[in-house]
Design a protein around this ligand. Structure first.
Ligand code: BEZ
Length: 249
C-alpha cells in the first residue's frame, strides 16, 4: 500500500516543485519516444506526465492521491486515481516511469510484479526514488524528537530507502534484467527551507504528536538540523537517490 497521506497540490507545488524538476535526468534516462505508451507510476500533479506528452509519447498517469490527480487533470492529461499495488494493466505499456514515489510504497515486490505484468516484452522500467541513506539526518531528527516526547519513533517513518543491491535483487527476482542502477548522493537546496520540507513531507511523523504540540515538535526538529543542514541562511537536504533502468526480458 502507498502511505496514506492527504496531499495539498498548492503546498506541494510551493514547497516541492524541485522534486519533479530534479526528476528530469531520470526522464532523460527513459528517453521517451514519440508514440510510445508510457505509464507514469505516481504521477502526482502531472508535471512530468506533461513532459512525457510534450515529447510525443502517450502517457497514462496513476496516483493514489485524489487531490494530486485532480490537479493533474487540469493539464488535460489521461490520469487515474489508482494504487500501484492494485493496478491490473497487462502487456500494454512500452515503458513504466516513476519519479520520487517508490520509497512511499511498503509492498515493493507487489508493485514490481505489477509493473512487470503491465509492460510488453522488451519494455523498460525506469525511474528514481529515495535510496539508502536518503535524508538520514532529517529522519534521525524526526525520530529523536519523537523519542524525547516518550513516543516510539522507530516505526514512524513512512519511507523505505533500499540499497542498490536490494532493489536490483527484487527487480531480478520478478524477471527484469537491470542494465543500470546507481545510488547518487544529491544534496538538494530547499526553496522553502526545512519548515517547508517538513510541512510537506513530515506529516506522518508529526501525526504521532498531539495536535497542539505539532508546531513545537517541528520547530525542535528544525533547531536540531540547523547546524547540520543550514549554511548562510540556506537549507540543503541530504538527499540520496536510487536511479535505475530495468528491462522486461
Ligand atoms: C519525496 O517524496 O520526494 C521525499 C520523501 C522523503 C524524503 C525526501 C523526499
Amino acid at each position: 500500500m502507498v502511505a496514506d497521506i492527504v496531499w495539498n497540490p498548492d503546498e506541494y507545488a510551493r514547497n516541492a516543485r524541485y522534486v519533479s524538476d530534479l526528476g528530469m535526468p531520470a526522464l532523460e534516462l527513459l528517453n521517451p519516444r514519440p508514440g510510445e505508451r508510457i505509464l507514469d507510476l505516481g504521477c502526482g500533479d502531472g508535471e512530468l506526465t506533461r513532459v512525457l506528452r510534450e515529447r510525443g509519447s502517450e502517457p497514462v498517469g496513476i496516483d493514489s492521491s485524489r487531490e494530486l490527480i485532480a490537479a493533474a487533470r487540469t493539464l488535460g492529461l489521461d490520469v487515474r486515481k489508482q494504487d500501484a499495488c492494485e493496478m491490473e494493466f497487462e502487456d500494454e505499456f512500452d515503458a513504466v516511469f516513476s519519479n520520487a514515489v517508490l520509497h512511499w510504497i511498503s509492498e515493493t515486490d507487489i508493485v514490481i510484479g505489477n509493473v512487470y505484468r503491465a509492460l510488453r516484452r522488451g519494455g523498460r522500467f525506469v525511474g528514481e526514488f529515495g535510496g539508502y541513506g536518503n535524508c538520514a539526518a532529517i529522519v534521525t531528527a524526526l525520530v529523536d524528537e519523537l523519542e524525547l516526547r516518550g513516543i516510539d519513533g522507530s516505526k514512524a517513518s513512512p519511507w523505505h530507502f533500499p540499497t542498490a543491491d536490494e532493489f536490483s535483487d527484487r527487480l531480478a527476482a520478478a524477471g527484469f534484467s537491470v542494465p543500470y542502477i546507481e545510488l547518487i548522493p544529491r544534496p538538494t537546496p530547499l526553496p522553502e527551507g526545512m519548515p517547508g520540507f517538513l510541512a510537506t513531507f513530515g506529516g506522518s511523523f508529526a501525526a504521532h504528536v498531539a495536535c497542539d504540540q505539532r508546531n513545537g515538535y517541528l520547530s525542535a526538529v528544525c533547531d536540531r538540523l540547523q547546524p547540520l543542514l543550514r549554511s548562510n541562511g540556506e537549507w540543503t537536504a541530504d538527499y540520496v537517490r536510487l536511479k535505475f533502468e530495468a528491462t522486461k526480458e
